[in-house]
Ligand binder design. Structure first.
Ligand code: GCU
Length: 826
């Protein structure tokens, strides 16, 4: 099998098998209705030519002349440019829409866009059908659900990416825009193929040096590179730029000099990028300055940018609703970060300029594994909004775990807010249909980096594809999206399609099961890397991602009756459902209610038993992912096969770390035993601290639940190796030997495992070279990991010995070993 890097994503245009190809008649020519090389229509012609060559093996010439003999050709252009060509009846097209007719007269294919972007989208649609061997005749109009279909990269000028897990930025390096635009063009191609029309290129935590002359010229180059693909750019602004970059004494949005400064800088930006899509603003959020810093309202701040942008066509201000106090006092029962967005924005509904759009994260807190939809989505009437998703898996395993998010997004988009007692699914609110908005839609946090995989995990790229598909048509089915993606990305083979679909569709419930259930949020470390388990970190700080877990009870009381009153922020019918514990769905119980661990769910289980069971179920199911994937060996290229196999194995091991950490934590808190007696009771496990140690010492791990038995071992010195050995008192047989150890930053320890004197495996603590998530420097839930050696014959009384060689500040840390009979997960 050939090697594939993944760089073409779902646009590989793999050659169709001969028997499928044979059914296709080929084309006489491609007629392109725009000669300008910078036009997306021209790009569409080139893309068709390239795609047909690769998919069907046919070389087709391009012509620019509609008066040619068109028989058996593909015509691509705008409806306006085509009008000269005929009287074809075309269904109504919205902005960016297109008409695809594969059975036009004279055996032609017509790809006609409402604008030039639409024509390019149509070309991609047609190619992606061909690439799946789908030659069915269509004559159909395709229209977007909403005009705004953007992505937000969180790239910093130094080349790092906030919450990026796939290498450095493709846009910036060392304070400047990169010189080489090749990856940017490839990125624009991917975005365009899924009908996304803009990218905000820099981090919402913005740097005003973006405005220096070198970078303004750099932005021009980025925009020029992306324009032929129909992708426009926007930028994030730093609110205090006038003061910190412009030398003014203030950034007060009502100060005329400040307004003039923004108008001037905006003029400079538009001189370089005349079709810039607008500005994204994060202000008064997580330490960022903003209008409130100057005793002005958020609307005063947003409107200042809106005025600066007024002269520039359809440019908009995306003003983020992610405004909250991160020094909130937890001891005050009624304090609740989830209330912040509505409290800050609702009363300003009438006050924003027409070109301001409020950008609302889909949930009230922060991209957790499960949240209800943000109530602000039902509280703005006049002010338009976009919903903000996160393709970056910040709280969902950071692309070292795989979570396919389309099912999550679908639940949110289908959620009926019942505004004024009328059907109000969120997809109709953000499309603008429900409240009569003319510019609204979608954006997502995206963390594309310069890695060949784009996103750090080949499977996770499906989330970007799905995001594009769902913003265009939010009624799309996540299952058919992943099937299409798999055919395009990997293979038309049914085993491949079924396997990837199964893993993908199971991935979110599985991750939820082992990371945080019943609406408690992702129980990761919210103070440090947002990655591995650390349930205790949610509480006792001002960030407000609280669980209020104590020895008896758990959950946020968000009711009006006894809690923070958050339920009342939803329209009456929805509020009534969440206010009442009986009608609140189990999966959001702890989001809205504070209950004893012994509270019975609708399933009949207690909360604590549900926690135990779900974590066991989730971790168990994660073990099936690498086994399922193994079926694809030989059916896809080895390179991508091995990459994904490695990651899914890692995920399976880390899912066990998650399971045990969360379960120990709550067991220690409430002391209610697991009915099935699993928690803290591991039949096949030998703790490293109980082994015979030489050159190793026992240390406590923080948090304690990140180590089996709260303790681990590290070598006594930074230089000398150590050994840990144990006699195996298990019946003779064949076992999988799992070693749980820690792999943190600071070094790459080396390990060898021996059975008697026989080497059964060696490895290195070098996951930082293979995985992209945020790494920790400590022994904790982020660094805890597992390696397994399958099928080892063991005799009762054999000696297992692990030899660890420290490196740098990583002292070959070990937690435990498990000697697992086949099929046992412990
Ligand atoms: C999260 C994330 C931050 C980010 C912020 C935002 O809190 O952890 O890195 O800056 O969201 O959306 O602005």
């Amino acid at each position: 099998m050939s090697i594939e890097s993944g760089i073409d994503g779902w646009l590989r245009y793999s050659a169709l098998p001969a028997e499928i190809k044979a059914a296709h008649r080929g084309y006489s020519k491609i007629v392109v209705l725009d000669k300008s090389e910078t036009s997306p229509v021209y790009t569409a012609g080139k893309e068709l030519q390239k795609g047909i060559k690769k998919i069907l093996g046919q070389s087709v010439d391009i012509s620019f002349d509609l008066s040619d003999d068109l028989s058996n050709s593909i015509v691509v252009g705008t409806t306006v440019a085509f009008a000269a060509g005929g009287d074809e009846e075309i269904a109504t097209l919205k902005e960016d829409g297109f008409w695809l007719n594969t059975k036009a007269r004279n055996d032609c294919v017509h790809i006609l866009g409402q604008n030039d972007r639409g024509a390019l989208y149509g070309a991609f649609e047609y190619l992606m059908r061909l690439a799946q061997g789908d030659f069915a005749a269509v004559a159909e109009a395709y229209n977007p659900s909403a005009p705004i279909r953007w992505v937000n990269q969180w790239d910093n000028l130094d080349g790092s990416i906030e919450r990026g897990y796939a290498g450095p930025s493709i846009f910036f390096r060392d304070g400047e825009v990169v010189k080489d635009m090749a990856r940017i063009a490839q990125f624009a191609r991917l975005l365009s193929s899924i009908r996304l029309n803009a990218v905000v290129v820099n981090n919402v935590n913005a740097n005003p040096k973006l405005f220096n002359e070198t970078n303004l010229n750099g932005l021009r180059r980025i925009a020029d590179t992306m324009r032929p693909w129909g992708v426009r750019i926007g930028i994030s602004l730093y609110f205090d730029s006038p003061r910190e970059f412009g030398g003014l004494p203030t950034s007060d949005p009502l100060d005329p000099a400040v307004n003039d400064w923004w108008k001037d800088i905006t003029a400079k930006v538009y001189e370089k990028v005349p079709d810039m899509i607008g500005y994204t603003i994060k202000a008064n959020s997580e330490g960022q300055p903003g209008p409130l810093t100057y005793n002005r309202t958020l609307a005063d701040g947003a409107n200042m940018f809106a005025r600066a942008l007024k002269p520039y066509g359809d440019a908009v201000v995306m003003y983020r609703a992610f405004v909250y106090n991160h020094h909130l006092e937890e001891s005050e029962w009624k304090n609740d970060r989830a209330n912040a967005a509505v409290e800050y924005f609702k009363h300003l509904d009438e006050e924003f300029e027409d070109n301001v759009i409020v950008q609302i994260k889909w949930g009230p807190i922060d991209f957790q594994v499960r949240e209800p939809p943000s109530p602000l989505l039902a509280n703005l009437r006049k002010t338009k909004a976009v919903i903000e998703f996160q393709v970056a898996q910040e709280y969902l395993g950071q692309q070292s775990h795989f979570v396919y998010m389309a099912p999550l997004w679908k639940e949110i988009l289908d959620f009926d807010m019942r505004i004024d007692g009328k059907p109000s699914p969120i997809r109709d609110i953000v499309s603008g249909e429900r409240l009569g908005w003319n510019r609204s839609g979608y954006t997502t946090v995206l963390n594309i980096g310069s890695d060949d995989t784009w996103i750090g995990h080949h499977l996770s790229l499906s989330n970007l594809y799905a995001y594009g598909r769902m913003t265009w048509d939010p009624c799309s089915d996540p299952t058919s999206i992943i099937q299409d993606w798999t055919r395009l990305t990997f293979s038309l083979d049914q085993t491949v399609v079924d396997t990837v679909t199964k893993i993908s569709m199971d991935s979110w419930p599985t991750y939820e099961n082992y990371s945080g259930n019943l609406g408690i949020q992702t129980l990761c470390d919210i103070i440090y890397t947002h990655y591995g388990p650390s349930p205790g970190s949610q509480d006792g700080n001002g960030w407000g991602q609280w669980t209020r877990a104590n020895n008896h009870s758990i959950g946020m009381d968000r009711t009006v009756a006894t809690g923070s009153g958050n339920t009342a922020q939803y329209p009456a019918e929805v509020a009534a459902v969440f206010e009442n514990i009986e009608t609140t769905p189990d999966d959001l119980l702890l989001w809205f209610h504070h209950v004893p661990y012994t509270h019975r769910l609708k399933s009949g289980k207690t909360v604590i038993q549900h926690f135990y069971d779900a974590h066991y179920e989730g971790a168990k199911h994660a073990q099936t992912f690498p086994l399922e994937w193994a079926k694809l060996k030989g059916l896809i290229d080895d390179h991508r096969f091995e990459h994904v196999a490695f990651k899914l194995k890692y995920q399976a091991g880390h899912a066990i770390v998650w399971r045990d950490s969360v379960n120990y934590f709550y067991f220690n808190k409430c002391q209610i035993p697991d009915e099935k007696n699993r928690v803290g009771n591991h039949l096949w496990r030998i703790e490293a601290q109980n082994m015979k140690l030489s050159g190793y010492k026992v240390v406590s791990v923080t948090p304690a639940e990140a180590a089996s038995g709260g303790k681990a071992i590290i070598t006594e010195s930074s230089q000398a190796s150590g050994t840990a050995e144990t006699k195996l008192d298990f019946p003779s047989g064949t076992y999988d030997i799992a070693v749980n150890y820690y792999d943190h930053l600071g070094g790459r320890s080396k390990y060898e495992a021996f059975l008697n004197r026989q080497l059964i495996g060696s490895w290195s603590g070098n996951l930082e070279d293979k995985l992209g998530h945020d790494f920790s420097e400590y022994l904790d839930g982020h660094s805890a990991t597992r390696i397994t050696f399958p099928g080892v014959p063991v005799m009762t009384g054999d000696i297992l010995k692990i030899h660890g060689q420290p490196d740098g500040t990583e002292f070959a840390p070990l937690d435990y070993v498990s000697i697992l009979p086949e099929g046992t997960i412990d």
